[in-house]
Design a protein around this ligand. Sequence first.
Ligand SMILES: C[S@@+](CC[C@H](N)C(=O)[O-])C[C@H]1O[C@@H](n2cnc3c(N)ncnc32)[C@H](O)[C@@H]1O
Length: 216
Amino acid sequence: MSCCQSCSLQGTNDFFSSQSKRYLKTFHKKGLGKEQKYLLEGIATLDIQGCTALEVGCGVGGLHLTLMQHGVDYATGIDISEGMIAGARQLARELGLEKRVTYHVGDIVNLNEHIREADIVLLDKVVCCYEQVLRLIEVSSKKSVRVFAFTYPNPNFLVKISFKGLIALGVLLKWKFRPYWHDWNALLHTLETYGFTQTYNNSTIMWNICVMKRVK
Ligand SMILES: C[S@@+](CC[C@H](N)C(=O)[O-])C[C@H]1O[C@@H](n2cnc3c(N)ncnc32)[C@H](O)[C@@H]1O
């Protein structure tokens, strides 16, 4: 646990808010990233017409807003970063979807009681940005009625070394935000014990993509 949780949340907010304009520009220029396209592919194999979605760590919203263009009826986005949520609101307006989406600024673990369940819960490149990952997974997965879809760092040598290097640099330079390397297999196992089974997986050099459906 960090010495001060609110410092760590403030560090996450500051870091990702400083990146939010770049995220929005990239989405405007290129649309979804490769991992997001894989998530979409995996989720589309399950019937999503008329579903609701909750995206945790939603960034500027490209993923859930695209899902809405593919049949999702209503979405909720939550992110610790104020800048990311401002970007998501802007993108929702641009796409004419703002009346069918609700945004929250904050940590899902802290805002748990204010966040509604959804058919599909998404976490794209989020589990490596939060120290208490098992709590994050517990809270987020309990919000999922049907589908839990997420990406996590591909645990190959190259990615592991890059993450560990960044983490060490972060400690050395006292960065307010730094990434985390967790036991990704334990995380998958935890989701299985919560009643999910994997229906789709794929990978890029950097990320593993996993779509699970609730079976109990
Ligand atoms: C690497 S960014 C990814 C953003 C977006 N999912 C994407 O792929 O474009 C991770 C985001 O997760 C958010 N985040 C991390 N932990 C969170 C939590 N516990 N609750 C809400 N947001 C969280 C961060 O603020 C950050 O914006």
